[in-house]
Structure formats: C-alpha cells, structure tokens
Design a protein around this ligand. Sequence first.
Ligand code: NAD
Ligand code: UGA
Length: 494
Amino acid sequence: MARPARLRRRNCYHGRLSGAGQAGVVPAGPPPGSSIVSHYDHILCIGAGYVGGPTMAMIAARCPHLKVTVVDINQARIDAWNSDDLPIFEPGLDEVVRAARGRNLFFSGDIAGGIRDADVIFVSVNTPTKTFGQGAGQAADLQHWEKTARQILAHATRDKIVVEKSTLPVRTAQAMERILNHNGHGLRFDVVSNPEFLAEGTAIRDLEDPDRILIGAHETPEGRRARTVIADIYANWVPRERIIESNLWSAELSKLTANAFLAQRISSINSISALCEATEADVDEVAYAIGTDSRIGPRFLKASVGFGGSCFRKDILNLVYICRGYGLDEVADYWESVIAINDWQQARFVHNMLANMFNTVAGKRIALFGFAFKADTGDTRESAAIGVTRQLVAEQARVVVTDPKALDNARIDLAPQAGLVEFEPDPYEAARGAHAIAVLTEWKLYRELDYARILAGMERPAFIFDGRNILDHARLHAMGFNVFAIGKAPLKHF
Ligand code: NAD
Ligand code: UGA
C-alpha cells in the first residue's frame, strides 16, 4: 500500500555518521544539507525524567554544535543528573551523559533562564492518568503539561518552536497553541509533535538507532519549517529515510496507537497462555510458530505475568477515553479489553499459586524474584509485581522481595504494606526458608543462580512459579522443584 502523501520520510540526507552507535564519538558539525538548524542551536528540555534525561543526553552527544539544557522543578533530580549517581538506571546512559555533560549538556533548576535562552523547547513532563474529577481513572492528567505552556509564555522573550515529547491525547497541540499564541506579546510559537518510542532498559540503543523518528506539524510554511528544524537535529545521527513527517494529529495519535498495538500483542499471547495451560499446548512453541509468519513477526509475543511500565496502561486508558468522547464505544471496548486481559493475567497468576499450594499461603514465606516492570531497569511503575505482592499479602503470605536495581522503588510502592513485606538484595537469602519462588522480572541473573543450593534451603514441597518463562523448567523439576510456568503444563511431583 502506498504511504499516505502526508506521512512521508524525508529524503535529502542518507549519510550515516561514522560515530553512530558509539557513545561519545560525535560528528563535527551540522549534517550536510542542513540549512536552518544553525539558527536554532539552543535546545531546552522541560522534564528531566526517564525520557527527557536520556533523549537530551543523546542529542547533546551527537550534536556538539548544539547547547542542550534540561530543566526540572525537582531540584533533587537535577542534582542527581549532575552527580555520578544518575537518577535512573539505564544501561549505557552513564557513558552518554559523561561524554557531553559540562560540554554542551547542562542540567539546571533555572527554568525561567532556560526558557529565555532557548530556540527550541522540548516538553517531556509526566502525563499520568487523571485521578480526580471528570475522566478520573482514564483521561490523561494534563496539569503539568499546561503549567509548562504557561511557564514558557511567562518567560519567553522571542519566538520559539515547542516540541511535544510527552505522550499526549490527540489534538493536545491545539490547546498548547491556543495558550501560547494568544499571548499579547507578539511572539510566535510553532508547536510540533515528536513522540518518543524508546523502551526502558534499551533506551540508549533505541535512541542511538531508532526504528523511526516521527515529527508531526501543521502543513503550513511555518509548520513545515519547524518540522525541518527538528528533523535536522535528528539527522545528525539518524538516516533521513527513518525520519517520518506527518501532520500534527497523526503524530500524536500514532504514539497512543503504537503502545496500544504493542500491549495488545502481549494480551493476545497471554490470553492464549491460559488456553495452553488447559490443553497442554506450550505457549512458547505457539508464539514461535506464529512469529515465524513474516506478517506477524516474532517480537512482543512473550507470555508473562502481565505487562507493566508507566505507559501501556495509561496510554490505552487515554485512548479508550478519547474514543468514548467521540462516541466510538465499540472501539473503546475493544482497546479496554487489552487492559482487562492484563489484569486478569496477573490475578490468574496469584490464583494458580494459591490453588497449587493447597489453597493457602497464610504464614508461608514466598520469595519474589524481581520487582522491576522489566529487566535492566530500576523502574517499578505499574509493575505486575506490585499487584502480585498485594494479593499475596492479603492472603497473609510472608512475602520477601528481591531485585538487583528496584528495591528502593519497591519500598516506596509497598509503603502501605510496610512491616508485612521483607526486602532482601540477595536472592539466595530471599529464598532461604521459602515455600515458593515467583519469578516476576526476567533479570538474566535469575537464570544463572545455583538452584540446587536454593532448593537445599527451602521448605518442601518447594514451588517455582515462573511468571516470565525464563528458567530451565525440566532441570528444576528433575532437581525436585514443582514448577509452574505461564502457558505450559505443570511439572510436579504429586
Ligand atoms: P518522569 O515522571 O520520569 O519525568 C517527568 C519529569 O517532569 C519529572 O522529573 C517532573 O518533576 C518534571 N516536571 C513536571 N512538571 C514540570 C514543570 N512544570 N516544569 C519542569 N519540570 C516538570 O516521566 P517520563 O517517564 O520521563 O515520561 C515523560 C513523558 O514521556 C510522559 O508523557 C510519558 O508518557 C512519555 N514517555 C515515557 C517513556 C518511558 O519509557 N518512560 C517512553 C516514551 C514516552
Ligand atoms: C513501551 C514501548 O515498548 C515503547 O516503545 C514506548 O516508548 C514506551 O512503552 C512508553 O511509551 O513508555 P517500556 O514500557 O519501557 O516501553 O517497555 P516494554 O519493553 O514495552 O515492556 C513493557 C511491558 O511489557 C514490560 O512489563 C514487559 O516485561 C512486558 N512484555 C514485553 C511482555 O510481557 N511480553 C513481551 O513480549 C514484551
């Protein structure tokens, strides 16, 4: 099918910079063919979180001719970005930050000064699900977003390009433009949508070598010009053919749609995992078999205890809310079912634990291997582990949580369960005296543990519930464990 005329890739620069793929190796100046980027050499990002920090660090590392400043209302976060102990764990991030910080990358609490200096302002503040008033539990809470618009307006003294980096409901740019451009100061603000597609744990790889960069703008001379400025920044290291241009609304909606499609694949395979358990089919074999169909593809077909992370749930809920707002209830119901299956999968996991541990876990020590929502991150937002822990605590289990990077966040998430949950960095210690282990994060280290040693210290019968299907189940069973995986027949000794 032909690409829609407005959703096209730019084609004037195909060169790949020799330094691409190596943090700290940078090109000497603007990319060939770039005409206007040099007039826009002060970049500001408002929001120094999981997206703002790494994204701006990559832009600064790849574009030494640009000055990149990242500001935040959270001074502690800014201080951490300026220290040797960065506020987020992300493989490869330290090197990229070190390559540029103090040279052309700056983290600062001076939001007003940053706005005054900037030619281009990326806005990467949090857009969580609203917890109050109209749309509570579904709509995006845009208060941080709107505050930044008003901050920009209060401190700007010349025209600027404002870039939506946060994930936002479709048509948010219209509200941003209305706030910014009815300013009475005679200033002009061009709003561009440039959603971020990085995944945590692989953020640096995703930023270095993205599948695509999407930039939406109005199809007006000013909109096209603003889009070119942003495209020219990325063209310092991203091949032009991977830079997609679209209209504003398509870019905004593409971000919500991409997350909805990714989450839908996980819910689809998780729904099939339940059928596998009932029929003795093996979900990994089914996923492999269908994933070899080039129309389906192999990725995002890993059955699990359920998807987590800060965005899938909130973005789908937001999509559902938007659809209902347009009277598209069938569409809303369709996407809402992706979340319903995810909630069900998490609850089903705990139900299976309970059913197989003789219908009671009261007083039993249960070791949870992993609390992060996925491997290679310390982030626990919406982690399946949170719901699993709460359900087990409600059943009066003695839960002990272990994780190599996420224990600090786990303590915060489980504050309401304080005193009822133990936190233990060493998985061997966590499993000592336990009746069961539940693997909730696919950390590589959990594949490599000495399970014979672990088994020796556990109560009998000893159970393993592998919520990530990462362990060698046959071997564990042969050792003496009763093994329950997702979408597979149980391997038990009774
Ligand atoms: P985050 O909570 O880690 O960071 C947001 C930061 O914005 C916080 O440090 C907060 O203090 C700051 N902030 C809020 N209001 C501010 C204001 N008025 N002025 C200055 N700073 C302000 O969030 P995040 O994970 O980086 O996500 C940011 C956006 O990017 C969200 O819309 C999210 O949906 C989207 N996104 C996130 C990811 C991800 O992997 N985390 C990936 C793609 C897109
Ligand atoms: C996701 C998207 O992959 C990014 O493209 C997007 O930018 C980001 O959301 C966002 O908007 O915040 P992220 O949540 O960081 O990235 O991580 P993913 O790799 O997508 O994993 C999400 C959850 O799904 C994790 O809990 C993971 O364990 C789970 N998952 C993933 C599965 O259960 N099975 C899979 O096959 C893949």
